[in-house]
Design a protein around this ligand. Structure first.
Ligand code: NAD
Length: 470
């Protein structure tokens, strides 16, 4: 690949990774050993990573960090290690009958050097899970973690430098300028996780190199509450998905669609969830802070604009729960926000839940379909036929029925958006395939029936041609 267009500052790092990969491609034993050493070092540093994330956020639930950034990474490493031999094995495929006795197969080749750009909201998970996939598929990796979690990114860089030689995995630290340079490098594949606007820039930067991209983006993920579904159960599950990491989750339910008569019971149940699970929210070590002042101000501005435009704002348990200095943004429900305010246009990415009233599930479907395709869709319903109707009617990155978030945690399911919420997939086998070239191979035999199909096309060749187009 031509590296002439790459910016000079990061180009030597990529060249070193590529040269090492060209000299010695990681085989099965190497990959297994790399992942085993990564697992051991990761376990050893998990507490430091959790502390670093707490320090970067100001306050971050250590239990949530352990689960969402710790368990998930360990699970991914274990999943790849226990399946890798099978995933790497070439798959025999039937050759088409007119070519018999020839044979066909698919082989799984590493691509080369993979670039990974990660955001700040799950700074360990979203850096290391793609890295584990890419290493499992036999690639070398260049990683750019987020500048908004500098302590975590530093520990990640140290961890990776301890586990991998610098010509197999390299970490680049820096701001958006560095990230833009990074995205313009001629990688063999680039996986970006972040916002939709930056995703557009990443794809444009990759285009001159024809670098294939996987874009894991964001958007507004709706939750639909269907008639008859227990409202308290739905409210608790939506609250749990919304308040995880204080709403700073790409697949957090962004807003809820329900019928007017369900509004009051939903609000009561949501309030009940907040008071039961965060008895002293302002001080609760279980409730995560907003990452920085800019994001806090952005969230406040979303609510203020909606309120100015006539929306009703309910802060839970009450307005005193906000703590601007500690960036504790209390759970907030917003009713009757006008459609064209920023709250209803932008991805919220914080603990604010607009409640949109609709008359029916079909009206909810129409509302969802009139907007950009979401990263996640949540449908709460005990009616199987109606659930199927929703699944058949909406296009989304992924769906959880009767809960939030958890489709993302299934090893056998691909994870990724659609349209403005992203392109491509990873997790488990899907990640292995994303970072592999599926090499189709056709193997001819000593005798081939195709020798009967050569010019001059007379006699048998003429007959076969006619027979094949009968
Ligand atoms: P962001 O897009 O601002 O930044 C993400 C990364 O992009 C950072 O590392 C940053 O340095 C880098 N970057 C900035 N400018 C760049 C440029 N011009 N070219 C290349 N890279 C550049 O996103 P964020 O604020 O860190 O994260 C929040 C967003 O990420 C939300 O929209 C959320 O939905 C999305 N997200 C998506 C997923 C998913 O899996 N689909 C997961 C987490 C977050």
């Amino acid at each position: 690949m031509d590296t002439a267009t790459a910016p000079p500052s990061l180009n030597p790092t990529l060249a070193k990774l590529r040269e090492a990969w060209n000299t010695r491609r990681p085989d099965y034993a190497q990959r297994m050993d790399d992942l085993a050493r990564l697992r051991a070092a990761f376990k050893q540093r998990l507490s430091s990573l959790i502390d670093a994330m707490s320090a970067d956020f100001g306050r971050r639930s250590a239990h949530e960090s352990r689960l969402t950034d710790g368990m998930t990474v360990l699970h991914e490493i274990d999943l790849v290690r226990s399946n890798l031999r099978r995933w790497m094995r070439p798959r025999a495929r039937q050759a088409d009958w007119i070519f018999l006795p020839a044979s066909a197969e698919i082989r799984y080749q590493a691509l080369g050097v993979v670039g990974i750009i990660a955001p700040w909201n799950y700074p360990v998970n979203l850096a290391l899970i793609p890295l584990v996939s890419a290493i499992g598929a036999g690639n070398h990796v260049m990683l750019k973690p987020s500048e908004f979690t500098p302590r975590t990114s530093q520990v990640l860089a140290e961890l990776l430098a301890e586990v991998f030689p610098s010509d197999r995995v390299a970490t680049v630290l820096g701001d958006a300028g560095v990230a833009a340079e990074f995205a313009a490098l001629p990688f063999d594949h680039l996986l970006f996780t972040g916002s939709t606007p930056v995703g557009r820039k990443v794809m444009a930067a990759a285009a001159p190199n024809l670098t294939p991209v996987t874009l894991e983006l964001g958007g507004k993920s709706p939750a639909i509450l269907a008639p008859g579904y227990p409202i308290a159960v739905a409210a608790a599950r939506i609250a749990s998905g919304k308040l995880l990491n204080a709403g700073q989750t790409c697949i957090a339910p962004d807003y809820v669609l329900l019928r007017p008569q369900e509004r009051a019971p939903f609000i009561a149940a949501f309030r009940d969830y907040v008071t039961r699970h965060y008895p002293n929210l302002r001080e609760s070590s279980d409730y995560t802070s907003i990452i920085n002042a800019r994001q806090y101000t952005r969230l406040q501005a979303l609510v203020d604009e909606a309120a100015r435009r006539g929306a009703q704002v309910l802060t839970l348990p009450d307005a005193a729960a906000h703590d601007i200095d500690a960036r504790v943004f209390a759970p907030t429900l917003v009713l009757d926000a006008p459609d064209d305010c920023r709250l209803m246009q932008d991805e919220i990415f914080g603990p604010i839940l607009p409640i949109v009233t609709v008359e029916s599930v079909d009206a909810a479907i129409a509302y969802v379909n009139a907007r950009p395709r979401p990263l996640a869709l949540y449908h709460f319903d005990n009616d199987r036929g109606r659930t199927r109707h929703v699944l058949d009617s909406c296009v989304a990155g992924g769906v959880s029925v009767n809960d939030c978030i958890y489709h993302n945690a299934q090893s056998e399911l691909p994870f990724g958006g659609v349209g403005p919420s992203g392109m491509g997939h990873y997790h488990g086998h899907h990640g292995f395939l994303t970072f592999s070239k599926q090499l189709p191979v056709f193997r001819q035999t000593r005798w081939t029936s195709l020798s009967l199909l050569r010019p001059p096309y007379r006699g048998l060749a003429d007959f076969i041609t006619r027979f094949l187009t009968r």
